[in-house]
Design a protein around this ligand. Sequence first.
Ligand SMILES: NC(=O)c1ccc[n+]([C@@H]2O[C@H](COP(=O)([O-])OP(=O)(O)OC[C@H]3O[C@@H](n4cnc5c(N)ncnc54)[C@H](O)[C@@H]3O)[C@@H](O)[C@H]2O)c1
Length: 263
Amino acid sequence: MDLKDRHVVVTGAGRGIGAALARRFHAGGARVSLADLAGAEDVAAELGERAAGFTADVASEEGNVRLIEQAESAFGPIDLFFANAGIGGGTDLESTSEEAWQRTYDINVNAHRWAAKHLLPGWLAAGEGYFCSTASAAGLLAQIGSAPYTVTKRAAVAFAEWLAITYGDQGLRVSCLCPQGVNTDMLRGSEDLGGGASVVRSAGDVLEPEVVADIVADAIAAETFLILPHPQVHEFMKRKADDPDRWLAGMRKLQARVLSQRG
Ligand SMILES: NC(=O)c1ccc[n+]([C@@H]2O[C@H](COP(=O)([O-])OP(=O)(O)OC[C@H]3O[C@@H](n4cnc5c(N)ncnc54)[C@H](O)[C@@H]3O)[C@@H](O)[C@H]2O)c1
């Protein structure tokens, strides 16, 4: 899809990957609605014309409905919705509270479902629409040390695949962004959470959000489903599919290395 003059909504756009996506789509000529718990208005103000910022909490169905209504009253029907907001955190079964599991599900998975549920009727009637989500390489592989992140990001990938299969022949385009390390507050802030950041760093390349945004813009232009800014993730997926037991043994070795580094 050529995003020039299209209306794009990006969640989690107050900083990090979401802010970089919004800036990139705006530079490509889109009208952009930015949403976040905080900071979206500031990024929108910096972008100026063709940008609007909304304080929104996508952790509930009502929050998503309100955001869709606000965005549509600013710039009309939504052409592309980018469900990018996400949270990390959570560790193992003993240490992660039920509340933390639920919140991770709501933001990393249910938010995608609620947005798609309310956008789909309009998109099917129009014969086109574009749903993008940010999952993670952890959703294709695993996140050492965090059960909630691994499980919810896997679910996000599965939901995006299901949408593409079910509605692809009715004009819906779907893309799913699955990066490894990206230099954002989430990565910087997770140093102590389940070894997540140290695993990501030990896996190599930490990309800048702007680099990821350029890759995403190209993938949307080409309407590519799976967006892998780190090409090695494709190689890891192949190894996992070829020999799951060997892949699991390799992940256990990686985990042991991370734990020994943390002392
Ligand atoms: N940084 C990485 O290494 C990395 C790797 C893979 C995937 N991701 C994914 O990329 C996405 C963006 O993360 P980021 O790295 O830019 O992190 P970030 O923490 O800088 O940005 C996430 C944004 O989402 C917003 N957000 C969280 N909960 C929200 C809610 N309920 N409603 C509205 N907004 C909410 C936050 O306020 C924040 O601004 C996330 O889905 C994350 O899981 C990040």
